[in-house]
Unconditional design. Structure first.
Length: 223
């Protein structure tokens, strides 16, 4: 039986303060394409893959030919922030603290390519991040379990030895479907009640709060 333990992290809204940048840039992409989508609805959809986000907000009966234009517009708008994406307080410190306790650090995110590279630069903890399950690596994004399962597979850890940290209901649902312990943070702007109803086993203000309470968290030393 493996003795390794995986600490799996979502990125947007969890380690990097980007959810509202995504809200504004998706809203503008929709506006440019002639769609009026309230920002609150966009916010609730953040964390889904681009394809799933568009379907969630515009429905299955939309003109699918517009999807490529919407994704390209969002990417172009969001990319203007790549050189100044702000890591959340103590994000890198938390990853290093967990690595120092023997946890295998892996990312599970809907971001991929240049966007994921920019996020990793913001976190500035590549010395302890062993891999990332990105949108490029799975057939289905959150709330499907695929990203979390893929992250575990990267380090060879079973679901009973993994903890997933995220900020959206999609994160919590993905963790529940994969059978891993789920920890939620409020830094993405989703209410505590929604995260708990989606399956969060514990909720913290942000990763700095989780780091402060690491000894009493799901990451407390266990063999």
């Amino acid at each position: 039986m493996s003795t390794k333990r995986a600490a799996i992290f979502d990125v947007d809204g969890t380690l990097v303060d980007t959810n509202h940048l995504h809200v504004v840039t998706w809203w503008e992409a929709f506006r440019q394409a002639g769609h009026r989508v309230p920002m609150l609805e966009v916010h609730r959809a953040i964390g889904l893959s681009s394809d799933d986000l568009i379907e969630h907000l515009l429905g299955k009966d939309r003109d699918h030919e517009d999807d490529g234009q919407l994704k390209a517009a969002h990417h172009a708008l969001y990319a203007t922030f790549f050189d100044r994406l702000p890591a959340l307080e103590d994000a890198g410190e938390l990853l290093r603290a967990l690595a120092g306790r023997g946890w295998e650090i892996v990312l599970a995110t809907s971001a991929g390519g240049a966007e994921l590279a920019a996020l990793r630069r913001a976190i500035d903890a590549d010395d302890v991040i062993l891999g990332a399950a990105s949108a490029d690596d799975v057939r289905a994004g959150k709330p499907a379990p695929d990203p979390v399962a893929r992250a575990r597979d990267l380090v060879g850890v079973p679901n009973g030895r993994a903890v997933f940290v995220g900020d959206t209901v999609w994160d919590m649902e993905a963790a529940a479907r994969d059978g891993v312990t789920s920890v939620a943070v409020l830094s993405g702007g989703i209410p505590r009640t929604d995260l708990e109803m989606a399956g969060a086993d514990a909720v913290y203000r942000d990763v700095a709060d989780l780091l402060e309470h690491l000894g009493s968290s799901a990451f407390a030393d266990r063999r």
